[in-house]
Design a protein around this ligand. Structure first.
Ligand code: COA
Length: 377
């Protein structure tokens, strides 16, 4: 058997064949099923993008209508899930709650034991609708507010904002959220998607795969970075200048959330849209400060470290301007990324082989003696 030693963190390793997403990190290209993210950002919606990711091509009008209706129909949560969420400690983070509740969803999914392609598509509709509901419901419960029933006449983005805030969202808020969801929907073999594929490949089930993906997304080097960005911006409350603060962090060799990327050597193409959105929203709402602080930090880090903003950097100021709590930023990433995770789980299972790499052994030499207890130091 031949083995090859790879770089730390599997850098540069191609670990699967996939027809879902193509990235050129040198040119800053991201495409879903071959369609450039800039085109999707300009023209598509979360529903259409999800259809594209799951089916491989854009829907016609009827297909899109049916798909959107099915996704809206799936907005249903077993009361026992809601009761369970109520029983969680009120200081549990929304990501912990999401991870735990998604795992429990399998108890109440009629297709739980069916790992066929069609059953996984059905479960993907459910998971997509339910993840958004869980995030909104927990936020209301922890704030002592009534749970808002889903509105099936609204889009995925619109219904999420409705269930979160209990007021009809503005067109601008829906459009902003929808665009953020399109931009976050899919990103090839990022850590959470890879985790989902590894779990799916054992012929476990899609709920386990998505639970694992949520656990991976939570980390500050991955989806958790958008919360890190906002915590950084909030240091102005303590009277600190954010650029000076960042300079000190860099001098202390600390990582700045929202910068750098394993794959992109240019600007992350998603950041281009989020920057524009953050600026426009800041101006329109009369709260330009989050954008302005972000831009000042970005210019400094670009100049000093030649590091570019990634998807998480301007999503923070965008969500802040929409009035969304910081610890909901990463869960909102999951509200979108479920579409990509589901596409990958389905693709993995359509042509499965167990994912089982090797490790380069760097431990004590073999054979090392077994030392009896009485002779050990
Ligand atoms: C995304 C990330 C995990 C990629 O990690 P990676 O490919 O392993 O890259 P490395 O951590 O090895 O970084 C390479 C170099 O750039 C520096 N660097 C990378 N990202 C940095 C950041 N955000 N702030 C400061 N320095 C950074 C590293 O310190 C390292 O410098 P060195 O070679 O002098 O030691 C990393 O850029 C990071 O931690 N970013 C912040 C978290 C974040 O925004 N995550 C969301 C990603 S979408």
């Amino acid at each position: 058997m031949s083995t090859a030693v790879v770089g730390k963190g599997l850098e540069g390793i191609v670990a699967a064949n996939s027809g879902i997403c193509w990235i050129d990190g040198d040119l800053g290209v991201l495409s879903y099923r071959g369609i450039d993210i800039h085109e999707l950002a300009e023209h598509s919606t979360f529903e259409e993008t999800t259809y594209l990711l799951w089916n491989g091509l854009l829907p016609n009008e009827l297909e899109l209508r049916e798909f959107s209706a099915q996704l809206a129909l799936a907005r249903s949560l077993d009361q026992r899930i809601i009761d369970m969420i109520r029983s969680f400690p009120k200081d549990a983070t929304p990501m912990e709650v999401l991870r735990t509740a998604v795992s429990a969803l399998s108890f109440y999914d009629a297709d739980e034991k069916d790992n066929s392609h069609d059953a996984n598509v059905r479960k993907s509709y459910n998971l997509t609708a339910q993840i958004a509901m869980i995030v909104a419901i927990y936020d209301r419960i922890r704030k002592g507010l009534e749970v808002v029933p889903p509105d099936r006449s609204l889009t995925h983005a619109g219904n999420f904002l409705w269930m979160l805030n209990g007021v009809k969202p503005s067109e601008t808020a829906i459009k902003t959220m929808d665009l953020a969801l399109v931009l976050h929907a899919e990103h090839e073999l990022n850590a959470s998607t890879f985790a989902a594929r590894v779990i799916a490949a054992t012929l476990s089930d899609i709920h386990s795969a998505i639970t694992g993906a949520i656990g991976a997304l939570k980390g500050p080097l991955h989806g958790g970075a958008n919360e890190g960005v906002m915590r950084l911006l909030k240091i102005d409350k303590e009277g600190a200048d954010p650029v000076e603060y960042v300079k000190n962090m860099l001098a202390a060799k600390q990582k700045i959330s929202g910068f750098g990327h394993r794959v992109y050597k240019t600007e992350d193409p998603r950041a281009t849209h989020l920057r524009k959105m953050s600026e426009q929203l800041g101006n329109d709402s009369g709260i330009p400060k989050w954008y302005e602080m972000s831009r000042a930090i970005e210019l400094h880090i670009n100049a000093d470290k030649k590091l570019n903003a990634n998807v998480d950097f301007y999503s923070a100021s965008t969500y802040a301007t929409l009035g969304i709590d910081i610890d909901l930023y990463t869960p909102i990433f999951a509200v979108s990324r479920i579409s990509g995770w589901a596409a990958h789980v389905i693709e993995q299972l359509d042509d499965n082989r167990l994912i089982r790499p090797r490790a380069e052994y760097i431990g004590p030499a073999y054979p090392s003696p077994y030392i009896p207890m009485e002779k050990r130091p």
